[in-house]
Ligand binder design. Structure first.
Ligand code: ATP
Ligand code: MG
Length: 570
């Protein structure tokens, strides 16, 4: 492609609303343009890389034995009503009616659609296992679309759905997908970790998220400092600390008129937060749930939601609910005499001695409280892990970092096949529900993550595997005929080899051309300048500062060498 013919839309200014490097660079390099909040249009340059990421995904999915499908984005409500998710999905789902008032949605995900396909086409165990995937547009009315295509309202997802006759089969399929995902991210140049993820109240048997470490990440990930253990904060089990043993003292009610928050109570009692147990009250759909954790801990809402059997809506209770449960103003909740559907007690609290809790009476707290003697509840792990906790696998220390989820693999089991009656005849002639798995990758988010990990102050530094073009040939002075002629020759030879190459034949200063080449991140640059009169050109990798001077006749081999180094076939 000659740049003089190409629509170049690079920007000099950094768009004000963009915070994330990838977001800034995708706009600045003219890969995409914003149309509305969370909605972007891809320009030719951006589309080329997007398609390359898709191709890598497609190649690895095919190699893993999955078959490509393409389902409609427009999905009738009935399918979602059958699975029970029409009411559950909430405002994230774009819903619409046709002219006959029939309800539809723009698919945020496609479990229902693929289960529907499977129940229609799969009759016998002989057709199993089957893994179907698509690379398709998804719609989600995100509460906070941000970071460009990292979280947008319309995005491309590769979603796969597997069908097996038993759980052993599902394990095999799941492991194949795990391997395929590892290959995909490696080929895209994305350094990410597979972390254990929550699989919901129904306790699906396994789930892993592929996480890219980033300070902008919306997930918290717990990494072991020693072994390969990593888990999403939602899932990571805590190691309860045992409080120092004390002689059990008598319960006392103490007037604490102005002390409601932990900070105020610390001051009031002149004591550390480990001596308090806070009681938080949540609404899980129509159930009221009280959760107790040590004063300095955070409640893990996922663990709590799972403990109460799952909930569509889970949030801190409103003032009215708190008052009904505690018969007190907010700030005085405690376990003794509380009126709730569930009282969940973090294991650590159950192991504490003579601690302080709210008295369920405005202006009062109890001291010298002890679990078992003064109250009882469901004891379990209900708090977030901290860096003081230990690795559940090897017992070593943990680090907590933020991460961006680029992919997710999930053992669904029979969640959809049971609700939607997707069955097959097994060898014994009996009808059994299909055992399912689902596997998603955000294509756009992966592309943005590549930029997060491959950029510098001058722009993007594309890995060769996903670069929109492999080589840019720059005649330093376009109107110099000798330079232009040599540049065109290199350009044509590379094109013939199947290299994707740009020729910057614009009548711009060399400095401007270099800046643009750096910004859009083309991995190899060949400059034809004054030295062409001695038969020499310059070769430079975007990822290195070194300029290699070489004979004109060597440059094609030099380009080929990079393809070999990166194990990319021409
Ligand atoms: P998140 O927690 O970030 O919202 P999710 O759990 O909703 O992600 P999945 O439903 O598992 O995501 O979707 C599979 C993949 O699709 C994700 O791993 C992510 O890469 C991508 N994805 C999800 N939502 C968006 C979005 N709004 N914009 C871009 N990509 C997305
Ligand atoms: Mg989401």
């Amino acid at each position: 492609m000659k740049l003089s013919n190409m629509l170049i839309t690079t920007l000099r200014e950094v768009p004000a609303e963009a915070e994330l490097p990838s977001h800034k660079l995708m706009l600045r390099s003219g890969m995409m343009r914003k149309m509305a909040s969370g909605i972007y249009n891809y320009m030719p340059l951006g589309l080329k890389t997007l398609k390359k990421v898709e191709d890598i995904v497609r190649d690895e999915m095919n190699k893993a034995g999955a078959q490509e499908f393409l389902a409609s984005a427009l999905i009738p409500a009935e399918l979602w009503q059958e699975s029970g998710r029409w009411g559950v999905f909430g405002p994230e789902m774009f819903r619409l009616n046709d002219r006959n008032e029939r309800q539809f949605c723009l698919g945020p995900t496609h479990e229902e659609v693929f289960t529907d396909i499977a129940r229609a086409v799969i009759k016998s165990y002989k057709q199993l296992p089957l893994n179907l995937y698509q690379i398709q547009t998804k719609y989600r009315d995100e509460r906070r679309p941000r970071f460009g295509v990292m979280r947008s309202k319309e995005f491309t997802m590769k979603d796969a759905y597997s069908f097996d006759k038993d759980y052993e089969g599902l394990d095999v399929t799941y492991n194949k997908m795990y391997k395929a995902y590892t290959n995909i991210f490696e080929r895209c140049g994305v350094d990410c970790s597979a972390v254990e993820a929550d699989s919901g109240a129904m306790g699906g048997s396994g789930s892993a998220e592929f996480m890219v470490k980033s300070e902008y990440g919306e997930d918290e990930v717990v990494f072991c400092d020693c072994c390969n253990y990593a888990a999403n904060m939602e899932k990571a089990p805590s190691t309860p600390q045992k409080a120092e043993e004390e002689e059990i003292k008598g319960l006392e009610k103490v007037e604490t008129p102005d002390a409601k928050t932990i900070e105020e109570l610390i001051k009031f009692f002149n004591i550390t937060p480990e001596k308090f147990a806070k009681t938080l009250i949540y609404k899980a759909d129509d159930k009221v749930v009280a959760v107790m954790v040590r004063g300095d801990r955070e409640v893990n809402e996922t663990k709590v939601t799972n403990a109460v059997g799952g909930a569509v809506e889970f949030e801190l209770a409103d003032e009215k609910t708190v008052k009904e449960a505690t018969s007190a103003e907010i700030g005085f909740a405690g376990p003794i005499g509380i009126k709730v559907d569930f009282l969940l007690v973090d294991e650590e609290v159950a192991n504490m001695y003579n601690f302080i809790v709210g008295a369920n009476e405005t202006g009062y707290h109890y001291t010298n409280v002890n679990y078992g003697r003064d109250f009882e509840g469901t004891v379990g792990d209900f708090r977030n892990v901290t860096s003081e906790d230990k690795c559940p696998k090897c017992g070593e220390s943990l680090t907590i970092a933020r991460g961006i989820e680029v992919g997710h693999i999930f053992k669904l089991g029979t969640k959809y096949s049971e609700s939607m009656n997707a069955v097959f005849s097994d060898e014994d002639g009996k009808k059994k529900p299909l055992i399912m798995g689902c596997y998603g990758i955000g294509i756009n988010r992966t592309m943005a993550s590549i930029i997060e990990q491959h950029h510098d102050e001058n722009g993007i530094v594309w890995p060769l595997s996903v670069a929109p073009y492999h080589v840019i040939v720059i005649p330093a002075v376009s109107k110099n005929e000798e330079q232009m002629k040599a540049a065109e020759d290199i350009y044509n030879s590379l094109k013939e080899l199947g290299v994707e190459v740009l020729l910057d034949d614009r009548k711009e200063r060399a400095g401007v051309k270099f800046k643009d080449a750096d910004l859009i991140g083309i991995p190899m640059r060949v400059t034809v300048g004054r030295m062409i009169s001695e038969g020499k050109v310059e070769f430079k990798l975007r990822s290195s500062d070194e300029v290699e001077e070489m004979e004109l006749s060597c440059v094609i081999d030099r380009v080929k060498e990079e393809f070999e180094k990166n194990s990319i076939k021409l």
